[in-house]
Design a protein around this ligand. Structure first.
Ligand SMILES: C[S@@+](CC[C@H](N)C(=O)[O-])C[C@H]1O[C@@H](n2cnc3c(N)ncnc32)[C@H](O)[C@@H]1O
Length: 215
């Protein structure tokens, strides 16, 4: 069962194959141009360097992550100075040199609102189907009414054991609403043998965007 303890154990035992040291190329390709200072939410951020890239674009970035190990590794690996304060059950680490905060704790306890944008890579697909709708609703509730959203999802055949969990197109649209659109898709099973070795002939990674009119 994918519970909070499952994720804490993954970090404690170093089973974090989802982590990539490089900035996600799909983020760099498909992230919309937003005004500097826009507030960007990154749910279930792990220790992703995508956070650094977003902050370097001039946005005010907030990542939310359950595992204190992930947070400590992220701040340490990037040699970041920060101050920490407590807010209810959450710890908020504010980085001093770049516009970035890491909120440590359960995402479902994070209640700030009015974010201008959201970046979801390996977050929605980390949620089992029983929690997926709650995750998306909680995320949409954090965003302003004209927020931009970029989501990277996966859909695969064969063994359905996640995470990441396979989500078909209709479900993505049903969860995020009719304004979400698929803007790119790549069948990784045609490119990387390891997906075929695991029995997948389809392992499609898709990029979805909600892009309201900015002006
Ligand atoms: C598949 S990883 C993706 C991490 C990151 N987005 C990336 O691209 O590397 C999912 C992350 O969500 C975190 N997580 C899972 N459930 C959470 C929750 N309820 N609140 C906050 N973080 C959570 C896990 O600890 C894990 O680091």
């Amino acid at each position: 069962m994918v519970t909070n303890e499952f994720w804490l154990d993954r970090w404690e035992t170093g089973r974090i194959g989802f982590h990539k040291d490089d900035v996600n190329p799909k983020l760099m390709t498909f992230w919309p141009m937003l005004p500097k200072g826009s507030r960007v939410l990154v749910p279930l951020c792990g220790k992703s360097n995508d956070l650094i890239w977003l902050a370097e674009q001039g946005y005010q970035v907030t990542g939310v992550e359950l595992s204190s190990l992930a947070v400590v590794q992220f701040l340490g690996d990037n040699d970041l100075n920060y101050v920490t304060h407590h807010h209810g059950e959450l710890k908020i680490h504010t980085v001093e040199d770049i516009p970035l905060r890491i909120v440590e704790g359960d995402y479902f306890h994070f209640c700030e609102t009015d974010f201008d944008a959201c970046y979801d890579r390996a977050a929605m697909v980390a949620m089992p189907d029983t929690m997926r709708a709650r995750y998306v609703t909680h995320t949409l509730d954090r965003l302003s009414s004209n927020a931009s959203v970029l989501v990277v999802s996966v859909y695969y055949d064969g063994d359905q054991q996640g995470p990441p969990f396979s989500i078909d197109d209709a479900t993505v649209t049903q969860l995020w609403g009719p304004s979400i659109h698929k803007i790119a898709a790549e069948n990784l099973a045609l490119i990387h043998e390891r997906y075929r070795d695991r029995g997948h002939s389809v392992y499609e990674e898709s990029v979805w965007r909600i892009q309201p009119n900015l002006f």
